[in-house]
Design a protein around this ligand. Sequence first.
Ligand code: SF4
Length: 676
Amino acid sequence: MLANVLRPGAIGTLTLPHRVIMGAMHLNLEVTGDRGAALAAFYAERARAGAALIVTGGIAVSPAGAGGPGYAVLGDSTDEAALSAAVRAVHGHGALIALQLFHAGRYALPGRSDGPPLAPSPVHSRFSRSTPRELTGDEIDATVRDFASGARTARELGFDAVEVMGSEGYLVNQFTAPLTNRRDDGWGGDSERRRRFPVAVTRAVRAAVGPGFPVLFRMSGADLVEGGTPAEDLDPLAVALAGAGADALAVGVGWHESPVPTVQAQVAPGAWAGAAVNVKRALREAGRGALPVIASHRFNRLAQAEKVLAGGEVDFVAMARPFLADPEIVAKSASGRAEAVNLCVACNQACVDRSFGTQRVSCLVNPRAGHEREFPTGPAAGTGRTGKRPARYAVLGAGIAGLEAARALAALGGHVEVYEATAEPGGQFRMAAQAPGKADFAATIRHHVRELRERGAVLHLGHRVVPADIPALSGLDGVVLATGVLPARPVLRGAALPHVLGYHEAFADPWALGPRVAVLGGGGIAVDLAHLLVTGRDPRPAPVSAPAPERQARPRRAAAREVTLLRRGRRIGEGIGPSTRWVVMGELRAAGVRMLTGVTYREITPGGVVLADSGGERLVPADHVVLAVGQRPVADLLGPLRAAGVPCAVAGGAAGTQGLDAVRATAEGLRAAHRL
Ligand code: SF4
């Protein structure tokens, strides 16, 4: 039941049909030279599917405030035309859109401005790898005016509201933190002067747009950096913002330099809702409890939002990534089909990690995100080369690439049969689902399988297609070859010993591994396995010889394991996205995983792995040795398929292992479907 989520609510003069806001996310669609077509298509799809109020990604109030080359800047007529297109698209579906007024401050990256980043004080940033120039008093006044004129422009462009970005360590937030505001003038020196800038911005924005135009302020509920905004400053800040004219306070947490995870898969959903609850309490105590407060961070199911809203301590929940993963999250959940939602798995691989660069943001579990115009949906495209409906396709392999290809073909109106050699769908994605924090990967597999069944696709499990089957496929309109990869077997003495396993065998029964495990390799799969072995939970009941409390048929802690990752290269976890790698590596270190890099494997013996490194040659003792030193594509059927004249597209690992990850795999699955 989503009684609280589905209650109408108001922010200023806006009435919203439900309590979920599509939160801001920079997309790298804002400045693409297409007059806003891709941006408009992205937002239109979400507006059509039930997002009531969409907040844009940060739109810079000046070139100096741009977060990088992909940021739109107010005052630039081309950028404003793109924003107008987005407004029209959203309004066309009856939804509302707010523009986020943004200034990156010391987080600014070059691209839209020639000058150095600007900030309250010249404090180096690890995130932007630069030291900003200190703003003069006149420049601060001018920046306040930039926010005001940006708000006015937003209203003129047709936006329904503005949100001032005052959290996540950007300029406004930099003023409230002693770490980055070391001034001793009217803009810094004590708590009251440090909050003068956010309050001045809010007042100026309110004055610029007039009393009836909704102004949201996204404040930080916890900076999570040493020297961040003191906790005791937050209540007076919230109250002052209310007094300055904000119509709602959205509450973010964490800076990009924070050592505390906030949005990674390892963070429990809704874990940061308490920051918003605190803000609401402060407002209530100040007699301003009617002001709506918006919680955010790491919600991926509406049921979690319902739980927070049911307490009555916050008024709305903002979600950003879940709308990338499934534009219909609200509509499906509201109609009692929550299990049909394609859940955001908090991998950050195609969204957050890309948003810090210039690559277009998309989504691992929904690669259409950000590419809505390239990949239209609908049965019209399902005609196929025969000119008859439905076109008939086979997908060989039900890993994540094959599932995505099959899903897309079925969505295009094709009749799809999927052949998977193993007994279960999911391939390597299913292995990853066992790693701590990745349980939702299994939900993705369930979702895709469910969609296939709903669309009439047939899934043949335990059915390996062999060359002799190809004549039967030759009448089809197309085949997607998504047969994945197999672990590479290194040429190494001892690699065939009985205690040596491929990573896929280790994942098949990780709890059967002995107390000392050496993993050859240090990529994402090796890291997932190590993470699972040292912090995961053994789902099997304890053996009957165990003491009585241990015999409960419930998960127990994994037996303490000594895990060593042995990598020839210099970096463990290469390929894991930057926003996630540090969290996982921290957990591995905390759990005592040994990581040896720059090693040469000499041989595997019954006692472990003999290696050489700068310390000489030595034995790393191990009861089991797991090989995760690379993969080889499985594409043996490609030649026979082509020889038989079957229209064929290849996706995922079968297409090659260079740069292979799940994001590439799903994107190729989608592309393959549309190519046929
Ligand atoms: Fe969520 Fe990953 Fe998709 Fe980003 S890429 S929206 S984190 S599933």
